[in-house]
Design a protein around this ligand. Structure first.
Ligand SMILES: [Ca+2]
Ligand SMILES: [Ca+2]
Length: 289
């Protein structure tokens, strides 16, 4: 709890300093900050009112077009993403990671290095995997910090790991007309399971579905959301459904929210929060501006 409070206080301090450095003045930026925060509260209320499974893009909490707001002259826009529609970097297995990285342009050898190095980064020991990297590798490169030996604290942390291309988070994978960034396909919270109602195609392919299965599953969910994981047997057959059952869910507990306040003539202010819904309540597990 103490560490969370410390982070919050550091972030507030940074916001205040940035605000006073800009021409608009601190009080003006603070008003924008409060407006953005009000947008965040609105999302929390919607998520709190949702009764749970299934969680899918047609629900009120996901309909950000229905949530624009205005506060003291600031226009507020919010964007909510279901974290559980993404691959958990802290819980994915090597095959999942390799299939994910492949879609963002990493060649075989590059995928092997990054997958093994990510697993080495997370595991508590200093034993190298084949193609992996532990603290001695990073020290040999002149870096002051070694492998974390604990779960990632932020998605961006992957850029510090051996084999990660500097532009990885911004790289995109195309599926039909839509393109998805790497950053939009990964998370650090929750367990291994992915919400089948919100997962984009690169995530579904990383889980191990074939392209044809992805197309069929998406066609089906476009008509109505999946209300139970076992129902996918009607689309991909019993054996495949059984294989994927433990990797999937139809509801979510973790959500990422971006709320931006803007006003003509003023610098816009964005706040971000990672929310956890548990036992009918909404908790703010992370907050930054
Ligand atoms: Ca729901
Ligand atoms: Ca390690």
């Amino acid at each position: 709890m103490l560490s969370v409070l410390t982070v919050l206080s550091v972030q507030y301090t940074r916001l205040t300093r940035n605000a006073s450095e800009r021409s608009g003045g601190a009080s003006d930026q603070l008003a924008g900050f409060y407006a953005a925060e009000a947008g965040l509260e609105r999302v929390k209320a919607r998520l709190g009112a949702d009764t749970g499974a299934p969680d899918w893009p047609g629900e009120p909490w996901a309909d950000t077009h229905a949530m624009p707001g205005r506060l003291n002259g600031w226009a507020v826009a919010v964007h909510v993403t279901d974290e559980e529609g993404k691959i958990n970097l802290n819980a994915a297995d090597p095959d999942m990671l390799s299939r994910l990285f492949e879609q963002f342009g990493l060649r075989r050898q590059e995928r092997d290095i990054l997958s093994a190095s990510l697993l080495d980064w997370i595991d508590s020991n200093d034993l190298h995997r084949l193609n992996g990297a532990e603290s001695d590798y990073y020290k040999s490169k002149g870096l002051l910090t070694g492998a974390r030996n604990a779960p990632l604290d932020a998605v961006e942390e992957i850029l510090q790991i051996r084999g990660a291309p500097a532009d990885l988070l911004d790289r995109t994978a195309r599926h039909g007309k839509a393109s998805h960034s790497f950053a939009a396909c990964v998370r650090i919270t929750g367990d291994t399971r992915v919400n089948l109602n919100t997962a984009p195609p690169p995530v579904m392919l990383a889980l191990g579905f074939t392209k044809e299965e992805v197309a069929r599953l998406r066609d089906a969910r476009a008509k109505s959301p999946w209300t139970s994981v076992s129902n996918i047997s009607s689309v991909i057959g019993d054996a495949r459904a059984e294989f994927f059952k433990s990797r999937l869910t139809v509801s979510s507990s973790w959500f990422l929210v971006e709320s931006t306040a803007s006003r003509p003539g003023a610098q816009s202010v964005s706040v971000f929060a990672r929310l956890l819904r548990a036992h009918g309540r909404i908790y703010t597990a992370g907050f930054w501006a």
